[in-house]
Write a protein that binds this ligand. Structure first.
Ligand code: PLP
Length: 390
């Protein structure tokens, strides 16, 4: 196996699922989002572990992701959170995925696909209450629900919405979430008033699950928290206030593939952005942006935070911190070791992960350096990085 690999700490996944579960009232179902290859950790591992830990169902973004789960024996309901292409509908039906739907054309197309396969498909009606992405208007919810109910090959299994700012702690964000929630309840009520059972009502993702127990309704859809990260400051504070902590599930690591002595004045990598000020050993690591180590993490590209501080990417080797120097390449990057580091070829270099992996950073720290969020860091670990469940 190649040196660059992602270790998946299954115990941490279980710990996080239980921690989030402790926020969820017993009558509330847990749906775990395993889209984007289980936020990088491996969708099948994530789904199996979620189901073993009490989840009722899982959610994916694409039909292919759903098929991968079915082909690996995952039999629970699988929610399809994003819209699929017309030519994927027969596959979605065949594999009994439960699509989010939000307009009459799309609903009618799914009915036709289900009719051709002679199957009855569970669908969830998505209502847009202010996320501005998928969903029908609140005022359209009842008539769409009636359409779904009238179709012989569709069943309205649930009604849902998605919050835009539930991960933010500000008063303005809280007010927005409350307004979204109130509008969602109005939509649900209008469906019931029209004589249709709205099914399972769900709106909370990780952040709202931990911060707003009053918004859990019948089911919560948890993603990032299962993988050990917070949606934002609001849920981080909510978990901390109970003396609990989420644990990163994935470690991204590699091995030193070569150590070379550089003399003062020698340059490293494309663009010669780094020049040795004094003699130093340079370690070559076989990991680059094609593995998910963004080029914008290179020392000359990193993002300044609000304080104007420009954090640099470091890796951990034998518990010590060493800076990445020069531009990160597609498949490799270089690390300055100084002169007496004691580092040897094949030593493990940890990019990010839980502390027990020897990491000095987690994906949230890396995200800060890159000017993004941990979601993007973990989902960017690419396909050519083998996942090893430990
Ligand atoms: C991805 C996703 C979630 C999970 O969100 P997290 O912030 O990762 O908990 C929930 N609902 C929908 C519609 C999603 O797309």
């Amino acid at each position: 196996m190649r040196s660059t690999r992602a270790l998946i700490y299954k115990d941490n996944l279980i710990h996080n699922l239980k921690t989030v579960g402790s926020f969820v009232r017993p009558s509330v179902k847990l749906c775990v989002a395993v889209k984007a290859n289980g936020y990088g950790t491996g969708a099948v591992t994530a789904a199996r572990t979620a189901l073993e830990t009490g989840a009722a169902c899982v959610a994916v973004a694409t039909v292919d992701e759903g098929i991968e789960l079915r082909e690996n024996g995952i039999a629970c309901p699988i929610l399809l959170l994003s819209l699929c292409a017309e030519d994927e509908m027969p596959l979605a039906v065949q594999h009994e995925l439960s699509p989010f739907v939000c307009d009459s054309d799309y609903i009618a197309q799914f009915e036709a696909a289900a009719a051709r396969a002679q199957k009855k498909i569970a669908v969830h009606l998505a209502v847009d209450t202010g996320m501005g992405r998928l969903g029908c208007a609140v005022a359209e919810a009842a008539s769409l629900a009636q359409k779904i109910a009238a179709f012989p090959h569709l069943a309205l299994a649930g009604t849902c919405t998605h919050f835009a700012s539930s991960d933010e702690a500000s008063a303005d964000a809280r007010a927005y979430t409350e307004r979204q929630f109130a509008d969602f309840l109005r939509a649900v009520q209008s469906i019931a008033d029209a004589g249709v059972n709205p099914g399972v009502r769900h709106c909370a993702s990780s952040a709202a699950t931990c911060t707003r127990p009053d918004m859990q309704l019948d089911m919560v859809r948890v993603g990032i928290a299962a993988y050990g990260y917070y949606g934002g400051e609001a849920d981080r504070a909510a978990v901390a206030s109970r003396g609990q902590v989420l644990k990163p599930v994935m470690t991204l690591q590699t091995q030193v593939s070569a150590i070379r002595r550089f003399y003062a004045g020698q340059c490293v990598s494309y663009g010669r952005t780094w020049k040795a000020a004094r003699d130093t050993d340079i370690a070559v690591l076989p990991i680059g942006y094609a593995d998910g180590l963004f080029r914008r993490l290179s020392p000359d590209c990193t993002h300044e935070d609000a304080q104007g501080k420009n954090e640099r990417l470091h890796v951990a080797i034998n518990g010590k911190r060493f800076p990445v120097v020069g531009r990160i390449c597609m498949d490799q990057c270089m690390v300055a070791l100084g002169c007496d580091s004691g580092v040897r070829r094949w030593d493990t270099a940890v990019i990010f992960g839980p502390s027990e992996s020897g990491a000095l950073h987690d994906a949230a720290d890396i995200a800060k350096i890159a000017g993004t969020i941990p979601y993007e860091i973990v989902t960017s670990v690419s396909k050519r990085v083998p996942r090893v469940v430990v």
